[in-house]
Design a protein around this ligand. Structure first.
Ligand code: NAP
Length: 308
């Protein structure tokens, strides 16, 4: 079978660091064009906008949207209307409600819409889900703390409305939790700290509960100096379980069970190709709904102004 001809829209950090190598490692997908105002890989046809690429570019079957969430809905709608399969980077949109019409358009046109949650493809996440299946969850503690200046240098869109602020990384923890915990959970209270000069929070403290009353506490921080922390600790009826390094390592009672394996984005592109082959979509907004709940229920505090 000939490979799926793919275009990338938005050639920024994630497109370069992760999408390019993962596409190169996926036999069934071939990158044929890029929509970018600034750059493209050497020798690759580049178009200023996705609309221009669709009108004047080489034939494509699918688009990977690596732009910020605030501009993605319109690009996704354009690509689906043009009869292309669409991969949405996380978070799938700037609002929860904009996703359903996209999913409906994909279904109407017989195309695949894939809301990719890269952290769910971290090597220890699936083993954690299997281990927790049917278990009693007594409590969960999440610490997702990183330095925005190191990981997102100069990305002002993160601090604009719709950019999610500290929830840009924090939603990765929520994408793991909503995948591995056996019972749904919901927010009970939250505190969000907004820098005085920015539109999104730089820190968040969240208290969820599952239907059985087990507490799920999460601390997100975007100004973490020193060691960076992307850890989830779960107390269960079979002892403590730790998923650390963003889902790369799983330990039970301190004993390592699973560790580094396949790269997350290799898993994403294998899944995208498989969804296209089966003619189905995969669109889960649960992590985004939790973030929306935090903005709805969270108490706001004012933090020091943030500058790069
Ligand atoms: P980025 O480095 O700022 O890149 C985004 C790219 O989108 C820009 O380089 C720009 O590309 C394009 N863009 C920016 N503003 C635009 C606008 N108003 N209209 C059209 N295009 C615009 O950001 P990123 O880190 O790659 O993140 C992009 C998405 O991937 C985000 O949703 C983020 O959550 C997700 N993600 C990021 C990471 C990470 O570690 N950085 C990890 C996983 C997922 P051109 O200059 O090419 O036009």
């Amino acid at each position: 079978m000939s490979p799926i001809r793919l275009a990338i829209a938005g050639f920024g950090k994630i497109a370069r660091d992760q999408h390019l190598p993962a596409i190169a490692a996926t036999d069934s997908i071939e990158l044929v064009a890029v929509a970018s105002r600034n750059a493209a890989p050497d020798g690759m046809p580049r178009f200023e906008t996705l609309a221009e690429l669709l009108a004047h570019g080489p034939q494509i079957d699918a688009v990977a949207l690596c732009t910020p969430p605030q501009v993605r809905r319109e690009q996704a709608a354009t690509a689906l209307a043009a009869g292309k399969h669409v991969l949405l980077e996380k978070p799938p949109g700037a609002t929860v409600s904009e996703i359903a019409p996209l999913a409906a358009a994909a279904q109407r046109n017989g195309k695949t819409l894939f809301a990719a949650w890269h952290s769910r493809f971290a090597p220890a996440v699936e083993p954690a889900r299997e281990l927790l299946s049917g278990r009693e969850i007594r409590s969960v503690r999440v610490e997702w703390k990183e330095d925005v200046r190191v990981w997102h240098p100069g990305q002002d869109w993160i601090f604009e409305p719709g950019g999610l602020g500290v929830f840009d990384p924090g939603i990765n923890a929520l994408s793991i939790l909503t995948h591995i915990l056996p019972r749904p959970f919901f927010l009970r209270e939250a505190t969000l700290a907004f820098p005085a000069n920015r539109g999104t929070p730089v820190a968040a403290s969240l208290a969820f509960s599952d239907a059985g009353g087990s507490p799920i506490l999460a601390d997100f921080d975007f100004l973490q100096a020193g060691p960076q922390t992307w850890d989830i600790a779960v107390e269960t009826d079979i002892g403590p379980l730790t998923l650390s390094a963003g889902g790369a390592r799983l330990a039970q009672d301190g004993r390592l069970l699973a560790t580094e394996g396949k790269r997350e984005y290799d898993g994403i592109y294998a899944r995208f190709a498989d969804l296209i082959a089966r003619g189905v979509s995969d669109v889960d907004v649960a992590p985004l709904a939790h973030v929306a709940d935090a903005f709805m229920l969270g108490r706001r505090t004012v933090a020091a102004p943030f500058d790069w």
